[in-house]
Structures are given as C-alpha cells and as structure tokens.
Write a protein that binds this ligand. Structure first.
Ligand code: NAP
Length: 467
C-alpha cells in the first residue's frame, strides 16, 4: 500500500462529540485509515460550542480531547461544507468506503397545544443557541426587559441551563464566551421568577442533581417547592425503590429538603412544580397565561409511571414561556429519516432505508441522530464505539461502498467551496481567544458565517505572508 493512499476512507458528517469519538475509535482501530469530518459550520465541536452553557466551561474543556484526536495522522476537517448543498450523498459514496452520519438533532420538539405560536413563546433550544452565539439563532429576540415571571415546560438539563442563565447575575456570565448580543439583553432582564413545569413527579424529574443544586447556590435565588409537589406518590415510591437511579433518589431528597425549608425571601425564585402539563397558551398577541392540567401518575404497560389528566386545571400568569421538552432531528437530503422519532433510522448504528427496512450498506449513524437526543457528552463515546464495531465487522465481511475517486478536496475545490481545514480552525480559535482576552472574556466568538469566513481568509493570508 502506498503511504499517500490510505486503505480505508471514512466520511463523518458532523463535527460534534459523537463525530470526534467516532474518529477516535476508527483511527485507533485501523492503521492507515483516513477519517474526514464535514460540518456545515466553519467551526467544529457542535453542541460543545453552541449547546453547553457559557458558565459550564469545565464541560467545554472536553475539546482538549477532541484537539488530540484531530492531531492524529489520518484526521481531516472540512468546515463550511454542507451535505445537501455543497456535497450530495452520492459524492460521499463516490469517495469513501463508509459514511457516518453524526449531525445530531438540530430542531426542537413541539408542544402541540393552542397558543404555541404566540409572541413570547420560545423553544429553549433557540435561547441556548442564541446565548451561545450559534449562527442560526443570533436573530432571535427575547423580551427579558419586560418579563418578571417565566415558565419553562419540561425539567431536563436544558431547562436547568435556561433557568440558571435567566436567574444568574449577568456579571456571572460576562467573563465567559457568551455572545455579546445575549449579554446585553440579559443585563436588561427583570426576570424574578422561573417556574419549572414538570408533567410527572419529583421522582421523575429529568435534571441531574448537581444542576438543580447549582441553581440553589446562585446568589439571591430561592429554590421553592410546595410540600404537596415534593410528595412522592405510592406508585413512584415503589418504582424508585425498584429501579430508580441514585440521581433520582438524590433529586427527591433535595426537593423534599427545599420544600421543608421554604423560601428565605430572596429576590429571585426558581419554583419547581410537578404533575402539571400545559394544555393551552393564552394571550392577546403575546403570551399572558399558560393553562396547566393537573396530572396523576399511572403505570404504563412496562410499569413506568406516566402522567394522566386528573380533570382539573389552573391558569398561571407568565410573561414568557420556554419549551424545553427535547431536541428533534431534521431530515437531510438523501439520508433516510424516521419522521416519528426524528432520527436517522438504523439498527445498532447501521442505517436502514426506512424503519424496519433494508440496511443501506456502508452508511452508519452515531450520537443523537442515531438514538435520539438523550445522554450526556460522554454517552456518545460508548455509542460511537458501538457503531465503529459494526463498521469493523462489516468491513471484515467486505460490506463496503465502492468508491471510484480518492480525494474529496479536489471536488470541493472544483465546486468553489471554501472548506475550512483544521489548521484554519486552529488559527480562528487562537484569534477568538485573543479577542476575548482583550475584552476580559474567555473567548469572543464570531457569530456569522460570513464573519467567520472573512476572518479565516484573513488569517490564512497573514500566515502565508509570514511564511
Ligand atoms: P430531557 O432530559 O429529555 O428532558 C425533557 C423534559 O421535557 C422532561 O422533563 C420531559 O418529561 C419533558 N417533556 C417531554 N415532552 C413533554 C410534553 N409534551 N409536555 C410536557 N413535558 C414534556 O431533554 P433535554 O433537557 O432537552 O436534554 C437533552 C439531553 O441533553 C439530556 O440527556 C440532558 O441530560 C443533556 N444535557 C445535559 C446537560 C448537562 O450535563 N449540563 C445540559 C443540557 C442537556 P418526561 O420525563 O415526563 O418525558
């Protein structure tokens, strides 16, 4: 085998955590392999850059691991390349032996209740993208200056991030890598109360214990739970005992302690409500109230406590409402899509034409587009290893694509696509860090694609000049 002709070439679509873990597993497993990561954005790292909250820099630190993976021989990055616009799936199959989809879940789950389109009703994912400087979300407007009480539907970790960003003093975020446009608006915020609406009970709260504990540690914030809300019903108590995780037991303990302690008259409040599900969002032109139905828990066929309406409801006055009920995948041209689950249909990472359909040889899925929007960043490492094991088995059995062409860089160049290389990104990364330092921040993110590309070109030109 010639040194410049790798034995196996793999394309990974996406450059978030699952893409990097896939690259890592492939590079470790197959000497001589070439792994090319494609991202529609000029910058890598997916939700680590645009999802993880700016005050969670310890979590963002995982990029050091990805930097090491990118430094491995055989790794290449092609940023600013969108599948379906700059490249078609057919182009990938013409160049690679295997193609891995790692493009996550880019949209949000809808509540499907009347009033969802009212002004002041937002997807939490839009707010997260906005404060993190995601180019798709920079134009959103959040009227925090006229909001005192905000409801968040759902109580997962995204709900926690949104609640914490709304309740933390803006100064806490000023020295992070938060987008300037968001910091400006957060400084005008008059939000005093965030009400979390969980449709199930405290035992089924979806947040991680340390996330709620972190909010309780914010200055001037009370975490309030009504004792009736904190009570665990008999079904949940039995479920908790039998199959509850330690984190769920810790959540219940924490919530019951907060219920017993009551508030201490702090200026801001996180109020945790349970067994309430929104059925309508009401308001003249903009959200003014949310109608919430009272729930009870009944055992589903597998014993899991599920919410069931009790037949009573109330209306809660709110100034803004965030839906934090999960991300959802969006279809990508020529890639199979399971519309019901919002993912790429697959069997253990092997892409199938449709749910229950035939395996599409050489095509794989990892991360959220494989299993749905669940799990922490590290979950994607195991998940990627499992898909890479399936890829290894298939390659061993000769189940590969039959590429005719060697280097996709030539095709991109012929099409006039200005792909961002890893070296380009490293220069941009250094530039953002330096710009941040000048402003007393960790990083000054560039937000628009045009702005990023102009800077990439300027840095390239400067590097070429300095030799
Ligand atoms: P999630 O953890 O799945 O939470 C979704 C929440 O929405 C749950 O409380 C769920 O209640 C509720 N929900 C779903 N459909 C609903 C409906 N129709 N009406 C009312 N409530 C509804 O999702 P997420 O918060 O978007 O987080 C996604 C993943 O990223 C999670 O694995 C999360 O842990 C992770 N993440 C981690 C961090 C961190 O580590 N700091 C930060 C952000 C996200 P049910 O339980 O009743 O379905």
């Amino acid at each position: 085998m010639q040194a410049d002709k790798p034995a196996l070439r793999v394309a990974v679509v996406g450059a978030g955590p699952s893409a990097f873990y896939t690259a890592e597993a492939l590079l470790k497993q197959t000497p001589g392999i070439q792994v090319d990561l494609f991202d529609r954005l000029p910058v890598p790292f997916g939700l680590v850059r645009t999802g993880v909250a700016p005050d969670h820099q310890n979590i963002k630190g995982v990029v050091k691991v990805y930097d090491k993976i990118a430094a491995t021989t055989g790794f290449r990055f092609f940023g600013n390349v969108r599948l379906g616009r700059d490249l078609a799936v057919d182009d990938l199959t013409a160049h690679y032996h295997q193609v891995v989809y790692a493009f996550g879940c880019e949209s949000d789950t809808k509540l499907a209740v009347p009033g969802e389109d009212l002004a002041g009703v937002h997807a939490a994912t839009d707010f997260v993208g906005w404060y993190n400087g995601h180019t798709d979300h920079r134009a959103h407007r959040f009227d925090l200056a006229n909001a005192r009480r905000v409801a968040i539907v759902g109580n997962g970790n995204v709900a926690m991030d949104v609640a914490r960003v709304l309740l933390a003093p803006a100064d806490h975020l000023a020295s992070t890598d938060i987008a300037d446009h968001a910091l400006e608006v957060l400084r005008t915020s008059r939000v005093e109360e965030v009400v979390l609406l969980g449709r199930r009970g405290p035992a089924q709260a979806a947040f991680s214990p340390k996330e709620i504990e972190e909010i309780a540690e914010l200055p001037d914030v009370d975490v309030l739970v009504d004792p009736a809300d904190a009570a665990v019903d008999p079904l949940s108590a039995a479920w908790l005992e039998k199959e509850g995780a330690r984190s769920q037991q810790r959540n219940v303990k924490f919530l019951q302690e907060r219920a017993a302690a009551g508030g201490s008259g702090k200026h801001k409040r996180l109020r945790c409500r349970f067994l309430v599900g929104p059925t309508a969002i009401l308001g003249a032109g903009k959200v003014q109230q949310v109608r919430i139905e009272h729930m009870q828990l009944v055992a589903a066929a597998d014993g899991t406590p599920r919410p069931q309406p009790r037949g009573t409801s109330e209306e809660l006055a709110v100034d803004l409402l965030f839906k934090a009920i999960g991300y959802r995948g969006v279809p990508v041209p020529d890639v199979p899509f399971d519309d019901k689950k919002g993912i790429v249909p697959n069997v253990d990472g092997r892409v199938v034409d449709k749910p229950g359909g035939a395996v599409r040889t050489g095509h794989y899925a990892v991360g959220w587009c494989k299993r749905g929007p669940t799990g922490l960043i590290g979950t994607n490492s195991l998940d990627a290893k499992a898909t890479v094991e399936a890829m290894r088995q298939d390659a061993g059995a000769g189940k590969l694509l039959q590429p005719r062409l060697a280097d996709i860089a030539r095709l991109l160049q012929a099409r006039g696509v200005d792909a961002v290389s890893w070296q380009d990104w490293q220069r941009l990364d250094a530039f953002e860090l330096q710009q941040g330092q000048q402003r007393g921040k960790l990083r000054q993110k560039l937000v628009g694609i045009d702005e990023m590309m102009a800077q990439v070109r300027a840095l390239r030109a400067a590097a070429a000049k300095s030799g």
